[in-house]
Write a protein that binds this ligand. Structure first.
Ligand code: ATP
Length: 255
């Protein structure tokens, strides 16, 4: 059975876990520009949730606000029931939220190993088991451990950005456009690894323009349009929805 046809490890009949992340009437502005106009969203423990939307819809702003990189102008962010809006970003990492940012943002002049070490900065010492986990998920990073990150391919840099986020041992992993600019074969590998990370117990909030791939590995999805949630539901229902098929899966209205 191929990856594309293999059923998900969970089905809609499984009782959803408790909320790990809750966004309530969240408003965020960049100066005079309103980026989020009061969004509500829930991510439950153990889920993969896809956040879809066109360029400029507010997906990156959402992840950066969860990570403490933007302050909301109104509304709440709760992680495991506790308010975290207003908590600085370095403390958010310590709470158990990892963030693989848009554009990877690896430290180009540092080696792979040094980048991974940076991801573990919340701990006094780098734990060998964390490194082993990352190298098992991404054998390519093990091979390239002494190589400068700036010399890696785009796909390898994406793996490094995800590996670095995992070194902080997050309960919730935020992934911003992991497939951006990568060849289809590498994209398929990255999505398979996201599925594996989730199967190992990490909850995932996945921002993607590649709606088809994202919804195939997600439990649920939200659609963001100009700062507002316009649709949400089970991933398989969204995949079948004609509005999603036309707007995000490149199908014509007739077909
Ligand atoms: P993309 O896929 O292009 O990254 P996105 O859905 O992630 O899009 P955001 O980057 O969150 O969208 O942007 C949401 C809105 O906020 C857009 O109108 C964008 O132009 C604006 N914006 C984002 N960052 C800033 C900033 N630093 N200053 C001013 N406006 C910003």
């Amino acid at each position: 059975m191929t990856t594309a046809t293999r059923p998900r490890h969970r089905t809609a009949t499984v009782t959803p876990g408790p909320a790990i992340l809750e966004l309530t009437r969240l408003h965020v502005s960049h100066g005079a520009v309103s980026a989020l106009g009061g969004i509500d969203m829930v991510v439950r423990e153990g889920e993969v949730v896809a956040l879809l939307g066109a360029n400029g819809a507010g997906k990156t702003t959402t992840l950066r606000t969860i990570s403490g990189l933007h302050r909301p102008t109104a509304g709440e962010v709760r992680f495991c029931g506790e308010r975290i809006d207003g908590v600085p970003s370095h403390s958010v990492v310590g709470l158990g939220i990892g963030h693989s940012p848009e554009g990877r943002r690896v430290f180009a002049d540092m080696t792979v190993l040094e980048n991974l070490r940076m991801g573990a900065y919340r701990f006094k010492r780098l734990r060998q088991e964390d490194l082993e986990r990352v190298f098992t998920l991404f054998p390519r990073l093990a091979e390239r451990r002494t190589q400068q990150a700036g010399t890696l391919s785009g796909g390898e840099q994406q793996m490094l950005a995800m590996g670095r986020a995992l070194m902080g041992r997050p309960e919730l992993l935020l992934l911003d456009e992991p497939s951006m600019g990568l060849a289809p074969l590498i994209v398929a590998q990255i999505f398979e690894i996201i599925r594996e990370i989730n199967a190992q117990g990490t909850t995932v909030l996945l921002v993607e323009q590649n709606a088809a791939q994202a919804l195939k590995i997600a439990d649920r999805g939200y659609v963001l349009e100009t700062g507002r949630i316009t649709m949400h539901g089970q991933a398989h229902d969204l995949l079948d929805d004609p509005r999603i098929r036309t707007a995000y899966l490149g199908e014509t209205a007739e077909g």
